[in-house]
Structures are given as C-alpha cells and as structure tokens.
Design a protein around this ligand. Structure first.
Ligand SMILES: O=C(O)c1cc(=O)[nH]c(=O)n1[C@@H]1O[C@H](COP(=O)(O)O)[C@@H](O)[C@H]1O
Length: 168
C-alpha cells in the first residue's frame, strides 16, 4: 500500500539472530520490496556477512550502539567499521558520531540518525542533537518519532523541522 503510493519502506526490525535466520529474513524483506532494513551490528561478523550476501537485497543499515545508551564515539566507530567490512551499506548512530563515522568509513557509507531533538526532553534518548546539527554533520537520513507523533500539531511540527533543515 505504501509502495503503491510511491513511498519507500524502512523495515526497522533490528534483526539480531543466527546468520541463517537473518539471511532468510533479508530474503523475505526483498520479496516484500522494502527499501531498507535494520540489523544489530552486535550480531557479529558472520551474521552481518550473511545478511549482506543476499542478492538484490534491500539496503541494510546496522545499529551501532542504541541512542538510548551512553557510550564513547570509539565504540560506535568500531561497530561501523565492522559493518562496513562485512558489506553492510550503512549504520544507525546518534547525531553525535556522524562526522567521525564519515571520516573513518567514507562519505558513501550511509549514516542514519535517530536521537533527534529540537529542544531538551526528558525521555529515554541519551545521545541527541538537533535536526540542523545532524544534517550539517552529514546525516543521510534522520529518524524522528515522538517530537512529531506527540506534538499538539504533528503537521506543524514536520513543517518546522523541515524548515529548520532546509534554510541555508
Ligand atoms: O534503529 C532504529 O531505528 C533506532 C536505533 C537507535 O539507536 N535509536 C533509535 O531511537 N531508533 C529508533 O528511532 C526511533 C526514534 O524515535 P523517537 O525517539 O521517538 O524520536 C524509534 O523508533 C527507535 O526505535
């Protein structure tokens, strides 16, 4: 239905399982025509390689360290490098590590960033930054949930965020 409307689907299941099961899941996602899907980089080298080995597959992005966890940038970069070595197309990381990942893994390696907050909030996200900062650092995609879903006027919230990232 979404595809029929000309839109792309991110299947955010964060797969984390034995290599054979993850491979089968990627094949199923391919049959559904999804644009991209997520796996946990902590699933390890064999799992990541199995996911990446599927032919004509959706784009795969590996979660480095969840944005709800406190960590150091070096740990995030370590997971990003592992994912890249295994043939994964990019990573999910917080906006705070974008520059470092791009520097270490190259500009073509996708960086997708949740943990986007225009103002300080008291929720579970620990490594956050604004939409403007994420785009400026080179994020390929930004993921924004509650600041839109829980806004009094979600359409207005989207308009404001879009305005903030498209002004020069
Ligand atoms: O893989 C993800 O999408 C993801 C990874 C991560 O490290 N942190 C993270 O928040 N996400 C997802 O991004 C979305 C962020 O939502 P909000 O925190 O409401 O903006 C949620 O759907 C999370 O599941």
């Amino acid at each position: 239905m979404i595809k029929d409307g000309g839109k792309e689907v991110l299947l955010d299941l964060k797969l984390h399982d034995i290599p054979a099961t993850v491979k089968r899941s990627v094949e199923s996602a391919r049959e559904l025509g999804v644009f991209s899907l997520t796996v946990h980089s902590t699933g390890g080298e064999e799992m990541l390689k199995a996911a990446a080995s599927v032919e004509n597959r959706p784009r795969i992005w590996a979660v480095t360290v969840l944005t709800s966890q406190i960590t150091v940038p070096q740990e995030v970069v370590k997971m990003a490098k592992l994912a890249k070595t295994c043939g994964i197309d990019g990573v999910i990381s917080s906006p705070l590590e974008i520059g470092l990942i791009k520097k270490e893994c190259g500009k073509e390696f996708n960086v997708v960033t949740p943990g986007i907050r225009s103002a300080k909030t008291d929720d579970d996200q620990k490594r956050v930054s604004t939409p403007e900062a994420a785009v400026k650092e080179g994020a390929d995609f930004i993921v924004i949930g509650r600041p839109i879903l829980e806004a009094a006027n979600p359409a207005e919230a989207v308009k404001n965020i879009y305005g903030s990232i498209t002004k020069d």
